[in-house]
Every structure is written in C-alpha cells, then in structure tokens.
Unconditional design. Structure first.
Length: 231
C-alpha cells in the first residue's frame, strides 16, 4: 500500500485472508499508521464480520459439483427436496461424488466449501460459530462422512436452510482479528463508512478472549469526520 500526497484521502479495504497470509492485515494497518504519521490521509476499511459463502438449495451448494445433480438441478426446490429425501440410491451417488469432487486438486469444493470451515447458519444466525459446530466436527461426532451431513443439512427447513462457509476474517475460528482491526484507530468498518452515518458510539461484540460482562464500544468516524489518522 502506498499513499502519495497528504491532501489526497486514500481508502483501502482490508479483510483478513482465510488461507493465504492470515496475518497480513497487521502489516497493512501498521503501514497505514506510519503513513498517517507522515501526513497522509489514509484509512484502511475493514469488515465487522466474516465474508462468507451462503450455501443452500436456494443459492448454490456442493451438490452442484456432482454429475448426478444434473438429473434434478432444474427442478423447483420442493421437488428437489422430495427426490433427495426419498431416494437412497440417489443419496449414495451424490455423497460419493461430493467426496470425489472435494478431493480434486484445486477444486471449488476443496477450496471454499471445506467441512471444517462450514457451519449451519441457523435461526437466529450464528455469525461466530465455535469449531465444534463445524460440519466436520458434527459429522465426526455422529460417525458419518461430513458430506452425508452436508446432504442432510441442505434438506433442513424443507430445503431452505443455509450453510455458512467463511472465506475471510475467520482463519482463527473466531472474530478476534475483526475486533482488533475495528479497534485500530485508523480503520473504520467498510460497511459503516459506506453508509456515511454520523460519528457515534457503535456496540461491538467482544471476542471470546475479552470480557463479556458488558458491551464493547468503539467510535466509527463518518467519511466527513476527521480521524486520528487524518492530518
């Protein structure tokens, strides 16, 4: 990141990468602080939660990467659910093909839909699920393949359930990194800045390593207010 000209405001969106260089955000925030101290108007923007894939029969899902899905993929969701629930042979074929697709080098399933990083979203949604709530952990506890559990979870709520597969801001299995980024004096959240709301205290959920005895607050500057990182 390079900011030129102290009179030119610069914004950089910086989530925490899920797999490649998960600590790189610390380097960028430090660079922003150094640039701000030198007079640059630079504000890294960070996300308050994960960036995730929401997988379900209403959107897209691991079954899309199986050959057998072509037989029912164009049916309405209600008919898909009826077929998936009522045909054991179909289930066995699809689960087997998901296992093969997940093992493929560089495949979409293995790269973005890993069972150890996939969670049932639930109602109300759980945006900070614990590792033991992952599809992989639940399947291991039940003694079944994680892809069998994926198959079953996609049928919950008559096929309208969603699975949350974080790809950014969740490499440690919690939102501690997001909380630390939001707490940095140079980094308003991307969503808060885009909304252009007036500066005001905003309640933040504390990471598990912090006290839960009360709300955690941080002031998010609007795009028109002066930040400690702006000269």
């Amino acid at each position: 990141m390079r900011a030129r000209g102290g009179d030119r405001p610069t914004r950089v969106v910086r989530p925490e990468p899920e797999r490649q260089r998960p600590e790189a955000w610390r380097e960028l925030l430090h660079a922003a602080e150094v640039a701000a101290a030198a007079g640059a108007q630079v504000r890294p923007q960070v996300h308050a939660r994960t960036t995730s894939l929401l997988l379900g029969l209403d959107t897209f899902h691991p079954l899309n990467w199986t050959a057998t899905w072509a037989e029912i993929g164009l049916l309405p969701v209600a008919e898909q659910v009826a077929r998936l629930r009522g045909d054991d042979a179909l289930r066995d074929r699809i689960v087997g093909e998901m296992i093969e697709a997940a093992a493929a080098e560089g495949g979409v399933i293995g790269g973005f839909m890993r069972p150890e990083r996939m969670f049932q979203l639930g109602d109300p949604p759980d945006y900070e699920p614990r590792p033991e709530a992952s599809v992989a952990a639940r399947a291991a506890a039940a003694g079944i393949s994680p892809w069998e559990l994926v198959y079953d979870l996609l049928l919950v709520n008559d096929g309208h359930e969603l699975l949350n597969a974080p790809i950014l801001n969740y490499s440690d299995g919690n939102l501690d990194a997001a909380f630390e980024m939001l707490s940095n004096r140079c980094a308003p959240s991307a969503s808060a800045t885009a909304a252009r709301t007036p500066a005001r205290p905003a309640t933040r959920r504390a990471p598990r390593s912090c006290s839960r005895t009360g709300p955690v607050t941080a002031t998010v500057p609007s795009s028109g207010s002066r930040s400690p990182c702006t000269r």
